[in-house]
Design a protein around this ligand. Structure first.
Ligand SMILES: [Zn+2]
Length: 66
């Protein structure tokens, strides 16, 4: 579960409308309205304790060309 920073709703990460990455933190919003609101004023909604730190997984890095 992750908290929508705009409306405060607790949502299942997989069912979020979209995951927005802002300054290395991922925020899940529940609907297009919350997305628009977040994008309008990200500084007002981006709270690192609400979002999830974006983890850099080694497996997600592109393979190095040899
Ligand atoms: Zn919402």
């Amino acid at each position: 579960m992750i908290t929508d920073p705009v409306c405060g709703k607790r949502i299942n990460r997989g069912r979020a409308h979209i995951i927005i990455e802002h300054e290395g933190v991922a925020y899940a919003v529940c609907c297009p309205l919350c997305q628009a609101e977040f994008e309008r004023a990200p500084a007002a909604y981006a709270k690192p304790n609400v979002g999830e730190k974006v983890r850099k997984k080694p497996g997600r890095l592109p393979y190095r060309a040899r």
